[in-house]
Design a protein around this ligand. Structure first.
Ligand code: NDP
Length: 236
């Protein structure tokens, strides 16, 4: 999985391990935190490895997938989680920010899926983490981020059609506001953001991870090409 050192990704990595998976997780900068997640996974009796790989670099990302297959001998589930959240007014948006957002949030999930699909057999799973703002860009300043996450809807549906004949499912989870470093539940706009949900609160990262784990498991074998909101009613 990509981006497993913190936040939603760390929760997903741990939950998949609890369900019996060995886990390779990538990170960009947080070597220590990634090592901490690896230790937590080992503590539940599974194998784990942390791989430094900037998702914005396609060759590095592809190499990380290959390293994972070499380490574990197989690849059953890919979770595209790593994302950047660059927000701000239209007039301030710089070309580098647009490129970075598209590289990490859009190109990387496609490149990782391409690399992973080469190694997946019947029952393979590709699960990407989108965002509630793909459905409802509730504040100004979200244009670039919302655009990048909306691209994953098309990618998910296209891949579901391409990989369905091989028995591989492809799905997209749209989290709502989730308490992480990127969007802390005690941040300056948090109460306003929470107020847009039906439940009036942020998610805890394990609440997102639970749906990812379901999609990764055998019970979800007939779910593919789906976009599943885990957003506390943000888009209700
Ligand atoms: P965090 O910022 O808390 O964590 C991001 C994770 O992704 C880290 O592990 C980080 O690694 C990794 N990462 C970021 N950029 C790269 C990169 N270029 N290459 C490799 N790894 C990278 O984010 P969240 O947990 O909040 O978000 C996870 C996903 O969920 C994202 O796709 C985000 O868009 C989405 N999301 C989050 C919501 C929220 O409210 N939190 C709501 C809706 C969607 P490192 O630690 O090394 O930086």
């Amino acid at each position: 999985m990509t981006g497993g050192s913190r936040g939603i990704g760390a929760a997903v990595a741990l939950r998949l391990a609890e369900e019996g998976a060995d886990v390779a997780l990538t990170y960009e900068n947080s070597a220590e935190r990634a090592a901490g997640v690896v230790e937590q996974i080992k503590a539940v009796g599974r194998r784990a490895v942390a791989v430094q790989a900037d998702s914005a670099v396609p060759d590095r990302l592809t190499a990380a997938v290959e390293e994972t297959v070499e380490t574990f001998g197989r690849l059953d589930v890919l979770v595209n989680n790593a994302g950047v959240f660059l927000v701000g007014p239209l007039e301030d948006m710089r070309a580098e920010e647009i490129d970075r957002t598209l590289a990490v949030n859009v190109r990387a999930p496609l490149v990782a899926s391409q690399a992973a699909a080469r190694h997946m057999g019947q029952g393979g799973r590709i699960i990407s983490i989108g965002s509630n703002v793909a459905e409802r860009a509730v504040f100004p300043g979200m244009t670039l981020y919302a655009m990048s996450k909306t691209a994953l809807v098309g990618m998910t549906k296209g891949l579901a059609r391409e990989l369905g004949p091989r028995g591989i499912t492809v799905n997209l989870v749209h989290p709502g506001p989730t308490d992480t470093d990127a969007n802390p539940a005690d941040g300056p706009n948090a109460s306003a953001i929470a107020g847009f949900t039906a439940l009036g609160r942020y998610a805890a990262a394990p609440e997102i991870a639970a749906t990812v784990a379901h999609l990764a498991g055998a019970d979800a074998g007939y779910i593919t090409g789906a976009v599943i909101a885990v957003d506390g009613g943000f888009t209700a």
